[in-house]
Design a protein around this ligand. Structure first.
Ligand code: NAG
Ligand code: NAG
Length: 348
């Protein structure tokens, strides 16, 4: 059974006997609608979605404690929840998605089989207990990259897929002895309104590569509106490397979107490429995103971008030729996504 509660529902009735729960449904700027649900133990409820439901953390915990078969829980826009506890009786709960619950501060989960979690929220403190089954974790918050590197190897030792999005990341990722032994797929997106702070060191991301011996795919998205980092063509020509070799046998694909000539980014790429002996595909996209200059059925579509970004893209192509091309292992294919002629004429 799937139960979906949406803000625009005024009336909702689940037949049953047992505990009572009063849910308040709120519409954006209109009076509250109240509804009453008679809840029996919801034995067959496997999926619960609450969207813009005015339910408190305590009320939700009560609802959850009665839903022993629950496998999936999705909360969005539930602004009354400040603290959420997921009780350990939810032995079947595998998937949790939380987004835009703006006042939520902490989630404490005791569900033993939780394996997939998606948290898109500013500052939630997430304590998943002994999350030995956690395989797939998505986190969207400020400085999520540094946080994930420092905290997750011990909390979620069996992670296989990690997706991190960080807004204006300012803290460099530390090198640490802890490992993500089973991590296969890693996506890191850095979001910025304008330019990333030039004091942010892209090379520090090498810490994830160093920590993840099973990594198969790595996608880095560092698209920004401006490039303010020191270019690899300025200053010293010495490129940093890891103090020790860290040979990777599993990495097959590395893709970087928004690749620039920033020295730290070139160093990071060289370091990964030199050590990834089984690399099959290296994609360096010098445009601000996928699909900026695309060719479908011989028709080219370009989105206009600024002259500065266009010039930076040309400098980046030169950096790839000078510093990276020769490091690519023989079996790997290098794809450089660069502006076409038409992009040239549409840049201004
Ligand atoms: C969930 O976890 C419990 C206790 O850790 C275990 O006994 C049970 O087999 C698990 N159930 C599933 C469906 O994985
Ligand atoms: C890359 O990041 C930008 C935001 O900075 C986002 O708009 C875009 O969808 C991302 N692209 C991919 C392929 O993830």
């Amino acid at each position: 059974m799937l139960l979906v509660l949406l803000a625009f529902l005024k009336l909702f009735y689940v037949p049953g006997v047992g505990s009572r729960l009063l849910l308040h449904l709120g519409l954006k700027s209109s009076p509250l609608y109240y509804m009453k649900i008679e809840l029996g133990p919801l034995r067959s409820l496997t999926s619960l979605r609450l969207q813009s439901v005015r339910i408190t953390g305590d009320e939700l915990e009560c609802l959850l404690s009665n839903s022993l078969a629950l496998e999936q829980l999705k909360l969005s826009g539930c602004k009354e929840i400040i603290f959420l506890k997921i009780p350990c009786v939810l032995q079947q709960l595998k998937s949790l998605r939380v987004l835009t619950c703006s006042r939520l501060q902490a989630i404490e989960s005791e569900a033993p089989n939780l394996s997939r979690v998606y948290l898109c929220e500013g500052k939630i403190k997430f304590s998943p207990g002994e999350a030995l089954h956690m395989k797939d974790f998505t986190l969207w918050r400020v400085n999520s990259i540094c946080y994930a590197r420092a905290e997750l190897p011990s909390i979620m030792p069996n992670l296989e897929r990690l997706v991190l999005t960080s807004c204006d990341e300012v803290v460099n990722t530390p090198m640490l002895p802890s490992k993500f032994l089973y991590l296969k797929h890693l996506t890191i997106t850095m979001v910025s309104g304008g330019a990333f702070s030039p004091s942010y060191d892209y090379f520090s991301l090498v810490s994830f590569f160093d920590a993840s011996p099973s990594l198969e795919t790595l996608l880095l998205n560092v698209s920004s509106g401006r490039m303010e980092h020191e270019s690899v063509f300025g200053g010293t020509s010495h490129l940093r490397q890891l103090p020790e070799q860290c040979r990777h046998d599993c990495l097959k694909r590395l893709e970087i979107i928004g690749f620039s000539s920033a020295k730290g980014l070139v160093e990071l790429t060289c370091c990964i490429v030199k050590n990834a002996v089984s690399l099959e595909h290296l994609v360096l996209n010098t445009l601000p995103g996928r699909g900026w200059c695309s060719k479908v059925d011989n028709r080219i579509t370009c989105r206009p971008f600024s002259k500065t970004l266009f010039e930076e893209a040309l400098r980046t192509v030169a950096a790839i030729t000078s510093y990276i091309q020769d490091e690519v292992p023989p079996g790997a294919k290098l794809t450089v996504v660069e502006p076409c002629e038409r992009c040239h004429s549409s840049s201004r």
